[in-house]
Design a protein around this ligand. Structure first.
Ligand code: BEZ
Length: 252
């Protein structure tokens, strides 16, 4: 996907801001080698560096990496597909915020195998992604609108539950030692928060539809969601988070 990195930074900085809490799950010592997988504009890579880690950011978007390099010229960033990335030398920790739901379900085992191969034995994998039911009202409403137009809405993200993801981590050679799944209604001040969100993150299901029609469906979705997601002048995106920490087990 081609990102509008500037607009992301202006309107969606809340994504890395919320991710700051996740940093607290890392227990490796300052100086440890950490990979920020799916680092985007490098906001959290910068925080990891400030915490004293020897961090490398990895992202598949040249637009996002250009911003990351501009914002953090002293940090090393690598342009690579997160699901297939493996470093030359294993790291002490892999950290990932709000990226893994972009990897299709069929590639999740590959992603996790590569994460495990990127870690030394005992190394930590700390991540947060959309959990089961994430943005269900938004996707359900878009599904209705597509159906009414004779179109099929294919939700492009993978949002697993703890129960589904834990055995996947285990199959890849990691053992979960912290898991939490929770609702996080996410306030947005923008007058058109749902339209903004759809146009930034959820264009794939619209395929080659004309821009005018995409905007009209997004506006209709916003209208239909108002009674459930708009309160006292503020939009609340219906986010659900899956937050976990796992360790790489010794090879059998
Ligand atoms: C999320 O962080 O849950 C998310 C963000 C953009 C698109 C889909 C999910």
């Amino acid at each position: 996907m081609k990102w509008n990195a500037k607009q992301y930074e202006q309107q969606f900085q809340f994504v890395p801001s919320y991710g700051e809490e996740l940093l607290g799950l890392l227990t490796v010592k300052p100086g440890s080698r950490v990979i920020d997988l799916g680092c985007g504009n490098g906001a959290l890579t910068g925080k990891l560096a400030e915490a004293g880690y020897d961090v490398t950011g990895v992202d598949a978007s040249p637009e996002m990496l250009a911003l990351a390099r501009k914002n953090h010229p002293r940090i090393s960033f690598i342009l690579a597909d997160a699901a297939s990335y493996r470093p030359d030398h294993p790291a002490d920790a892999v950290f990932s915020n709000a990226m893994m739901h972009w990897v299709p379900k069929a590639r999740q085992d590959t992603l996790l195998q590569n994460v495990a191969a990127s870690l030394r034995t005992g190394g930590e994998f700390v991540f947060e992604m959309g959990g089961r039911g994430n943005n269900a009202l938004i996707h359900g409403t878009l599904g209705d609108l597509f159906r009414e137009r004779g179109l099929e809405y294919r939700m492009p993200f993978y949002f697993p539950s703890i129960g589904e993801y834990t055995p996947m981590l285990e199959r890849a050679g990691m053992a979960a030692d912290f898991s939490a799944q929770f609702r996080r209604p996410t306030p947005r001040k923008s007058e058109h928060a749902i339209v903004d969100w759809i146009l930034m993150f959820d264009r794939e299901p619209f395929g080659g539809l004309p821009e005018e029609e995409i905007r009209s469906i997004a506006a209709e979705a916003e209208k239909r969601l108002k009674d459930r997601l708009f309160q006292d002048g503020v939009w609340y995106l219906d986010y659900v988070r899956l937050r976990m920490k796992a360790r790489r087990r010794p090879d059998p």
